[in-house]
Every structure is written in C-alpha cells, then in structure tokens.
Design a protein around this ligand. Structure first.
Ligand code: MN
Ligand code: MN
Length: 459
C-alpha cells in the first residue's frame, strides 16, 4: 500500500487535489465567522438544488435536497434516501466557529492619545500569538429598530487593518522572564483603532481621539456608541488563506479548525445523489466554548429539525424520532493534531496523525483516562473501515497526543446522547488554534472522499 496520498494518485488525481484545495482556500478566506460560513453554505446549497425545509409542506421523497438554518449561525443539510428516515441517517458533523477575539460590549476607549477596542478572547488561544499582526473586524451590529449592519473591515487590499501591539524587545527584559501563559494577559488584548483627535469647540468632549472614531462609525455605518451593546464583532487575522510550502502542498489560513472538516463534509453531501439512507451534514457553532447556546451542538435544534422532517411524512411521534436517531451513524469531525517534527515528544508515534496520510479516525479523544471522550464502539469502527476500503480511501487512526499530555473535546459525545453510533474523525492540522493554521491539501481531498464513501457505503 502507498505511504501517502501523494504517492497514491497519478496526474489526474493530483490535479483533482489541487482543484479541490483551491475551492476550499477561496471558501475559507470568505468564511471567517460562523455567520459568514452559514451564509456561504446556504448560497452554495441553493446552487446545488437544496430548498429551505421551512418552505416545504412535504412529504419528502428520495433524492429531495433540503436545508435548515438556525439564527444565521448554524446549518443542517439533508439528501433524502430511498429508505424511510426511521431506518436511520448517515450523518457528517463539524463545527464552524473558530478561536478569535471578540469585542466587549463597551469596547471603545481612549488612553494617552490612542483609541482602543477592548476584547475578550474566544476559545483556547496562546494569547502571545495574537499580537503584532494585521487583524480584521467581521460581524454584525443589531439596532433597536430591528435592522442590522454587517461589518467587514480589513480584507480588501486598500482596507485599513487593526491589531494588538506587543512590547519592543529593547524594553522587554522583564516580560521575557514571564511564563508563556502570562507574557500577554487577557486584559492586554486591546486593539489600536485610532490616533487622530476630533477638532471640536465642545468642552464636553474630553476624549477627542475616541470622538473621532465615534464620528467615523456614525458617518460610515450609522452606529452609535451604545449600539455595541447589541453587536457581535469578531477580531480575526486579516487576509486570505495562502498556499504553503515551496511545493504548494499545504494551505495556511485562519480557521481550518474546524472549517476544513465542515467544508469537506458539506461538499461530500452536495455530491451525493439519492442515497440508500438519508444523508445529513450538520454544522454547528460554539464548539470552542463548550457547544453551548441555541446554535451549539447541545441545543435541541437538531432534534427539532428531524422532527419536522418526520412530520412532513406524517411521523412526528416520539417513537419514530427515537428510531431515526438510534439507527443513525455519524462521523463527528474535528481537526486532529498533526505530528510536528519540531515537537515530537507530545505524541505516541504509533498513534498520531501524519500530514498526507488521509483522514484521521479517533476512537477516543479526551484527557486523563479518556475523560470526556465519546470512545466509539469497535463494531461501528469496523463498518467505517469497510466503507473506506470499498472506495479505496486512505485513512489513519490517532489520539490527541500521548497519554496524559493533554487532550481535547469535540461534539461526538453530544450527538451520541441521542443513542446513535458516533466516531470522531477529522483532518490533521499544524499550528492548531494559532492565527494561521496549516493543513495538507492531500488530506483535504482524501477527507472529502472519505465523507463521500461514508455517506454511500454505511448502512
Ligand atoms: Mn478547536
Ligand atoms: Mn475543533
């Protein structure tokens, strides 16, 4: 058997890897928040013949393509199978939120002649990685009249960018003695946003640099200072994802975790026609902060969507819902830690993920005695192995780091509560949770093929 995906394919296959990776690079660059991903996914789905579930009065028939969107922040897509829904679905799940900094509800202030935005970071980050680099603002400001203003600043070539400053090395002797977790403190993650004082005769204006920014926001976006109370502005690395490596074998960009699994799962669903079992792709928000909230995996929204689908076919009863979930099988995908030759000591080399060797299956994740992990059933893992081999898909298995080194959570244990078989899967990443993460193009393409094989061959 070939050692890597690169060696497995001839010219035609290698071209497909490049084409697929380029589609992904562009989608990722345009989808830096859960809202942007959801909206771009909805548009792409409609182009592929998907209809809004809420616009249908049923019944659903084999081959129908439907989607549902929840509060503009998460999306669920289905291709209806030939067998009844109660026979179970083949489900692909992933999350579309990523670590970042969020503006606080009272963000803007002036200090010593500089205007700044105060932030609270989102998800697990090494804070020192997020300073001294160009950042963009993406988000939404909701106004009391029910309208909202979308904001994207820092992505066009002639846009300004913002950022968090770091201390110059010349004066950093004391800072450099600190522990990594304290080099940059959470409350020090303040964005520099302006330095021109407003020209005003008004004595009441005590903070003219802040005033200048307020005037600019009012003029350009029609928003007042108090409107930040009902805003959700995310601070993300500016600029597009890029080809990485002299051989262009990888992609460096913001938010591969977990949009690389979300995109490949979604594309696999788009490319599925009239399957035996209903195929589903659910993309959720809030994984990085515990899958909480109405748009996270802990929400009962997914059950509500499936109940609605059963209802269209006259089966909106609890037994039908229970049968549907009990008979369902899921790949819950989240990125894996790719083996990094700079840091070999954190892995067990027999049980870790390598770039270019395909999708990764994790029987368990978790930490300290598999704690918090889904720990998939081997009967189901055997089915998945067979499904992959039927379509000649290259795959590997790993756990997240060596025993007791660390660990991580995913959404697998949450959907398993619906009594379905769930296996953790994903694409491996270098620099996970850094502003610029890296994936192998070979793994992106082979991951997509793995998801297609799962939808087609399981059941
Ligand atoms: Mn993560
Ligand atoms: Mn993740």
């Amino acid at each position: 058997m070939e050692k890597t995906v690169w060696e497995k394919y001839e010219e035609e296959g290698l071209n497909k890897i490049s084409e697929f990776a380029e589609d992904y690079r562009l989608f990722l660059s345009a989808s830096k928040t859960e809202r942007e991903f959801t909206e771009n996914a909805r548009k792409a789905a409609e182009e592929c013949g998907f209809a809004d579930l809420n616009s249908l009065s049923g019944p659903l028939k084999a081959g129908d393509r439907v989607y549902a969107v929840n509060r503009n922040k998460n999306i669920c897509l289905f291709v209806i199978g030939r067998k009844p829904l109660t026979c179970g679905m083949n489900i692909l799940g992933a999350h579309i939120d990523s670590p970042r900094m969020d503006l606080k509800q009272h963000p803007l202030y002036e200090k010593d002649g500089i205007a700044l935005f105060d932030t609270h970071y989102y998800g697990g980050i090494k804070k020192y990685q997020w300073v001294a680099r160009p950042m963009a603002l993406h988000g939404i400001v909701c106004l009391k009249d029910g309208t909202s203003v979308s904001i994207v600043i820092g992505e066009k070539d002639d846009d300004p960018v913002v950022g968090v400053t770091d201390l110059l090395i010349h004066l950093a002797a004391k800072q450099m003695q600190k522990k990594g977790s304290e080099v940059v403190e959470g409350e020090a993650l303040n964005l520099t946003v302006g330095s021109i004082p407003a020209k005003t005769e008004d004595d009441k204006v005590k903070e003219p640099v802040k005033q200048y920014i307020l005037d600019l926001l009012k003029e350009r976006y029609g928003i007042e200072e108090e409107d930040f109370v009902s805003a959700e502005i995310e601070v993300v690395p500016a600029g597009p994802a890029r080809d990485y490596g002299l051989d262009r074998s990888m992609i460096m960009g913001y938010g591969h975790d977990d949009r690389v699994c979300a995109y490949t799962s979604m594309r696999a669903l788009f490319d599925t026609d009239a399957p035996e079992r209903t195929s589903c792709c659910i993309l959720v928000d809030k994984e990085e902060i515990g899958s909480v909230g109405a748009t996270g995996m802990h929400s009962r929204w997914f059950e509500m969507v499936v109940t609605r689908m059963l209802g269209l076919n006259g089966q909106a009863d609890l037994i039908s819902l229970n049968d549907t979930f009990t008979n369902s099988k899921m790949l819950s995908s989240d990125v894996s830690a790719g083996y990094d030759p700079n840091y070999p000591e954190v892995n067990d080399p027999k049980n870790c993920a390598y770039f270019g060797k395909g999708i990764v299956f994790n029987k368990f994740t978790g930490a300290r005695g598999k704690s918090g992990s889904n720990d998939a059933n081997p009967e189901f893992i055997a089915e998945v192995r067979k499904a992959m081999e039927l379509d000649d898909v290259m795959y590997q298995t790993s756990e997240l780091g060596a025993v007791d080194v660390g660990g991580g959570g995913t959404i697998a244990y949450i959907t398993a509560q619906l009594n379905m078989d769930v296996l953790d899967a994903g694409i491996s990443v270098h620099n996970m949770h850094a502003p610029s993460e890296i994936v192998s193009k070979a793994d992106v393409y082979e991951g997509y093929r793995a998801y297609k094989a799962f939808l087609k061959n399981i059941g």
